[in-house]
Design a protein around this ligand. Structure first.
Ligand SMILES: NC(=O)C1=CN([C@@H]2O[C@H](COP(=O)(O)OP(=O)(O)OC[C@H]3O[C@@H](n4cnc5c(N)ncnc54)[C@H](O)[C@@H]3O)[C@@H](O)[C@H]2O)C=CC1
Length: 371
């Protein structure tokens, strides 16, 4: 990359504390100069604002490590195809970005700083535009809802059939857009390994104020069409390592782990064995237990241990998942996959580390960008 990252990082450090005002200024500038661009963005901009700043922060602080940055930017460029972004839009965004730096870097601004930002942005935009142009897969897939089961008041399991082959690896997630909320994409993990009939399942909890999750859970019917963005995510089924597997799933965090387990136990081999700790707040919230019991009946390699954290009358194992991990002698010789509420994931990972599990044997999703 042909630019000096130092002035960019130094001026960004000054902008960061004023992030909220800087982002508002950025979008104000962008939409004032190019009103038509507003139509590419969702009606409410709050999530979008945070997302832009998270992406910008990641990019600026990794300007020194071009290989990782190039991969991230290329993926970002490909993902932007589903928004209908064209190369001309990049110039408009670049103008708004430079105006924002000029305004918020204040006394640290200089022609040298501006040149460094312009060069960094031009490089990033070029990588994104070229990656998008080279991507021959569809920008999004229409998918028909062929199954919709309300498992609890707030959780539904949807079965979708994309109109074209939809490639993904077990454990990945896809972004989803509903007709009700144009331009609003949210990520959901795919809860099965790839199937010959191209169908896939999503486990969706309606979160308060969640437009897409509430629509998918409460207002979606068999026969509706959704849009799927390309599959993403690095927490995928492991290559054989000789180690058995511990899967720790909290709530709908079960989805990607179920896909990974399905792929692992499909192989005709006596190992690895899989222990699944499946946690919920109450017995009624163990929304997928009957299906997991069926999987266990088909595969002697799978053990399923349901755990409930907040229902004293539940007849079964009580506790939080991180505590239950500690009830066993040791998981040190396993590979671990952990998914669920971020606080639970953090505690479970710490517990496994304390037990002596090497960090590269512990797998969890970097929180999906659009989850
Ligand atoms: N690929 C990914 O990263 C995915 C992530 N998720 C995330 O999983 C979460 C699932 O949420 P819900 O179904 O509402 O789960 P939930 O809130 O009903 O909790 C499920 C389990 O996690 C435990 N738990 C919850 N908060 C905890 C805390 N602070 N400390 C320790 N344990 C805690 C509960 O005791 C229970 O065992 C969401 O945050 C969702 O974003 C879900 C699917 C895929």
């Amino acid at each position: 990359m042909q630019f000096d990252p130092r002035p960019v990082k130094e001026s960004f450090a000054l902008i960061e504390p004023a992030a909220v005002r800087a982002i508002a200024y950025f979008y104000g500038h962008l939409f004032a100069a190019h009103p038509r661009l507003r139509a590419l963005f969702p009606p409410a901009m709050n999530v979008q604002r945070e997302r832009l700043f998270r992406a910008l922060t990641r990019i600026v602080w990794s300007l020194d490590c071009p290989p990782g940055l190039t991969t991230d930017l290329a993926r970002l460029g490909c993902d932007h195809r589903k928004y209908g972004v064209t190369p001309a839009h990049y110039a408009a965004v670049g103008d708004a970005l430079l105006a924002t730096v000029r305004r918020f870097a204040a006394e640290a601004w200089s022609p040298e700083v501006e040149r460094a930002w312009a060069a960094a942005y031009a490089t990033a935009a070029e990588i994104m535009i070229e990656a998008a142009a080279a991507d021959t897969s569809p920008p999004w897939w229409p998918a028909e809802v062929i199954g919709h089961e309300r498992r609890t008041r707030d959780i539904a399991v949807l079965t979708l059939r994309p109109a074209l082959p939809f490639p993904f690896l077990p454990g990945q997630y896809a972004t989803v857009q509903t007709a009700r909320w144009p331009r609003v994409w949210r990520a959901f993990s795919i809860a099965n390994a790839p199937r010959a009939d191209n169908t896939l399942r999503l486990h969706v909890r309606a979160v308060p104020g969640g437009w897409v999750s509430t629509t998918l859970t409460r207002r979606t019917r068999v026969g509706d069409t959704l849009m799927l963005g390309p599959a993403r995510g690095t927490m995928t089924a492991p290559a054989p390592s000789g180690r058995d597997i511990l899967a720790v799933a909290g709530g709908t965090g079960l989805a990607p782990l179920k896909a990974i387990i399905e792929a692992v136990i499909a192989a005709d081999s006596p190992r690895p064995r899989v222990h699944l700790l499946y946690g919920a707040r109450s017995g009624g919230e163990l929304y997928d237990l009957p299906d997991l019991i069926r999987m266990r009946a088909r595969s002697p390699r799978l053990q399923v241990l349901p755990v409930v954290s907040a229902e004293p009358a539940y007849e079964g194992l009580h506790g939080t998942l991180p505590d239950v991990i500690g009830h066993f002698p040791s998981w040190r010789d396993h590979d671990a996959f952990v998914c669920g509420p971020p606080a639970m994931v953090g505690q479970a990972v710490r517990r496994l580390r304390q037990d002596g599990m090497p960090p590269d044997h512990i797998h969890h999703d970097r929180h999906p960008e659009e989850h």
